[in-house]
Design a protein around this ligand. Structure first.
Ligand code: MG
Length: 332
């Protein structure tokens, strides 16, 4: 009896000691612990030591349509198994989104933000709207609230306009952005703000001619490897030469409509280009929709825990790249 009791105590000590040390290790090895407060310096996102960093991760799908992956367990799986250092919460605004149901969509975004903070990864808070200038009041309310509530955490990256359409940078996007930036900076003086560029976030060279006056701005470039190639990389090069810091908050391995097939070689060329410039990136998307860019097969669990059978070809290709990027962040 005595020996059983002793054994139980020893087991208890061992198990609690083990979990405590596991907890510590986990905490000191998160991207946010390692990199801390990010800022923009000389066309790069740099960490708390001033060293250029390249975040890599996944974008969630439109929140109003596939909101089931906006939960803690899924974000934890994306960190632990896919090894994302960043996730993107793509909050829908227009049809059925935040403009109509502010409380409901905000709750999804805050769930992802709080998971990311707890798990020590970065989170792009994306106003996922193609006509954001028509929702200026919503954008001011939303980003003012997020900045006030979470702006003291290094984890937050604001993406204030997802893909603007064929509209003027200087006449429409820039004035909209400046107003939203003012609302954010009232509460958060330092976190990075990402701004979309004309033509579905491709005309970064146009933004480079008339940049926004804020020290921690990045400009968004989106590509779909089956549609966009050298020409878009050239526009990116031009913008970088003019001093812009770029971020790829969304890309696809497929064609621009999110479908078609997976363009593996072309995606690799983009990875090479982004590595060359240390550009952070998120893949579109964590979704089980019947389209090639969706990472998951229909019915894949909202809570993560996905096996090889749950992951589609695009997801497999991207997951491999994310694991490679994580190993560069945390070399063995
Ligand atoms: Mg801050």
């Amino acid at each position: 009896m005595k020996s059983i009791l002793l054994l139980s105590i020893m087991l208890l000590m061992f198990s609690s000691g083990f979990s405590a040390s596991e907890g510590n290790t986990e905490k000191s090895n998160t991207p946010a612990e390692l990199l801390g407060q990010l800022q923009v310096k000389d066309s790069h996102i740099v960490d708390q030591q001033g060293k250029p960093v390249q975040l890599a991760g996944m974008s969630l799908f439109w929140s109003q349509w596939i909101g089931k992956y906006y939960n803690y367990d899924c974000i934890k799986w994306l960190r632990d198994d896919w090894q994302c250092s960043v996730v993107r919460a793509a909050m829908a605004v227009g049809p059925g989104g935040y403009a109509q149901h502010p409380g409901k969509e905000l709750e999804k975004v805050e769930t992802v933000i709080e998971a990311a903070i707890d798990l020590g990864i970065y989170v792009i808070v994306d106003f996922h709207e193609h006509n954001a200038e028509n929702y200026l009041n919503e954008a001011l309310a939303f980003f003012g609230h997020i900045a006030k509530k979470y702006g003291q955490h290094p984890n937050i990256i604001y993406e204030i306009y997802n893909e603007p359409l064929k509209i003027s940078w200087s006449k429409v996007i820039k004035p909209y952005s400046e107003k939203v930036i003012t609302a954010i900076r009232e509460h958060d003086p330092d976190n990075i703000i990402a701004c979309g560029t004309p033509m579905w976030s491709q005309k970064v060279d146009e933004a480079a001619l008339d940049p926004i006056d804020d020290a921690n701005m990045v400009y968004v470039l989106h590509f779909y490897a089956g549609t966009h190639g050298k020409e878009l990389m050239e526009a990116g090069n031009k913008a970088i030469e003019k001093g812009l810091c770029l971020m790829v908050t969304e890309y696809g391995t497929t064609e621009a409509n999110g479908d078609g097939r997976v363009y593996e070689a072309e995606t690799q060329q983009w990875y090479n280009w982004m590595d060359q410039h240390k550009i952070s990136h998120c893949n579109w998307s964590v979704a089980d929709k019947n389209e090639a860019s969706a990472a998951l097969v229909a019915g894949a669990s909202p809570k993560g825990g996905w096996t090889e059978n749950d992951i589609k070809p695009s997801g497999k290709l991207v997951r491999k790249e994310l694991q490679k990027k994580w190993n560069q962040l945390f070399p063995q």
